[in-house]
Ligand binder design. Structure first.
Ligand SMILES: Cc1ncc(COP(=O)(O)O)c(C=O)c1O
Length: 389
């Protein structure tokens, strides 16, 4: 199936992805339609990207308008959109200054550079099973051997400690540490929420050692977990927050959001990008942020997520194949006793899209805007699929 797909459509593409046997045609709201006309309920939102749903009218209007006004000039120019987007991000986070990038990996790359430059230290602590991206810095920060394999030598200075293990963390952070980078909920690693006491200990250990705390909010940020940024659940005050994915609701963009005291480390000529923060991306980001904030999608995601988790627990907990159901807001993992890949294909046959997180976890990241009735159709399909196996 997969090799047919590859040979039929993708002879000129590097086969970096194990693609499904679905060819995208169009998307609207909480559904995706394929080339054959089959429509799917989207419980993955392009991997936590279209938090406002596909083709959200406010984002569409802003991008359309910007297309008519010009979409690139370079960062030699003042771009009003960058300033306005940065105002929104800093007004709704503990950060003061923003650098715009094009993706999550690039945002983390910028954060790692900023931490090293500011502290003059080399060591970066991250966590086992973490995921921070595929570029050299973000890949080195990623605590998964399988992601590093074949690309060595890795960038020097990265150490990995077990997630949710306060003792191991405290032993690792010292006066040579530039930063600790942490996902408040590990996404790719299996939807593992960070315990409040652990996340607070991460902040405390970093601050005590004079190291920076970087919260990677690329998957968890912008309403996904029921807070604007997930670290807010634990009352953290990070030095740097990285965001991407949902920031442009599908138009590629990323951001490094840092404290004012880091300003000098990122002076003229220190870091840069051709595309980052271009007017098209900023039009999308501004419309996305305004909608998320003005319509309070964080609170709505908290309520909907809680109801969804309850529903899933009621329907699935007793099934043999289900080991655990966990998550935060609209970021939910259903841990199975077997690989999730087969369930994902069976769900597609029923017209429902979900993804895996690690080998055994079925991950749900629906658009925050999904209607309850549609969501419940998805839940029903999951129940039927797991029951009948
Ligand atoms: C927590 C986290 N950090 C970083 C990234 C990398 O983002 P991108 O794929 O936009 O480079 C991801 C992507 O899945 C992510 O989930």
């Amino acid at each position: 199936m997969e090799s047919n797909n590859q040979s039929k459509h993708e002879e000129q593409l590097f086969p970096t992805y194990k693609r499904w046997n679905i060819t995208f045609k169009s998307a609207s709201g909480s559904t995706i339609t394929d080339q054959s006309g089959k429509t799917y309920i989207d419980l993955m939102a392009g991997i936590s990207v279209v938090n406002l749903g596909h083709g959200h009218p406010a984002v569409l209007k802003a991008v359309e308008q910007q297309l008519h006004e010009g979409w690139h000039a370079s960062n030699f120019f003042h771009y009003e959109g960058q300033q306005q987007t940065a105002e929104l991000l800093t007004a709704h986070s503990c950060g003061d200054l923003v650098f715009f990038a094009n993706s999550g990996a690039e945002a983390n790359e910028g954060a790692i550079k900023l931490a090293r430059k500011h502290t003059g230290r080399k060591k970066i602590i991250s966590f086992l099973q973490s995921f921070h991206g595929r570029t050299f810095g973000s890949m080195a920060a990623t605590g998964q051997d399988s992601i590093h394999k074949g690309f060595g030598p890795m960038l020097e200075g990265f150490e990995y400690v077990p997630y949710n293990d306060v003792k191991a963390l405290e032993n690792a952070v010292d006066e040579e540490t530039a930063a600790v980078i942490v996902e408040p909920v590990q996404g790719e690693g299996g939807v593992i929420p960070g315990e409040h006491t652990f996340l607070q200990a991460v902040e405390e250990a970093a601050k005590k050692a004079g190291a920076l705390l970087i919260c990677d909010e690329i998957q968890t940020g912008l309403g996904r977990t029921g807070a604007f940024f997930a670290h807010e659940h634990s009352g953290l005050n990070p030095d740097i927050i990285t965001a991407a994915k949902a920031l442009g609701n599908g138009i590629p963009t990323g951001a490094v959001i840092g404290k004012a005291h880091l300003k000098e480390a990122f002076g003229p000529g220190s870091h840069g990008t051709t595309f980052g923060g271009n007017p098209l991306a900023m039009a999308a980001a501004q419309a996305t942020l305004r909608t998320l904030i003005e319509e309070d999608w964080s609170s709505k995601a908290a309520d909907k997520g809680e109801a969804l988790l309850k529903e899933l627990k009621e329907k699935l907990s007793s099934l043999n194949k289900v080991k655990d159901i966990r998550g935060k807001g609209m970021m939910i993992g259903i841990e199975l006793t077997e690989p999730a890949a087969e369930t994902i294909i069976k769900l597609q046959e029923k017209g429902v899209l979900a993804i895996a997180a690690g080998p055994n976890v079925l991950r749900l990241l629906p658009p925050l805007t999904i209607e309850w009735e549609t969501l419940m159709k998805g839940v029903h399909a999951i129940e039927e699929t797991l029951k009948n196996k």
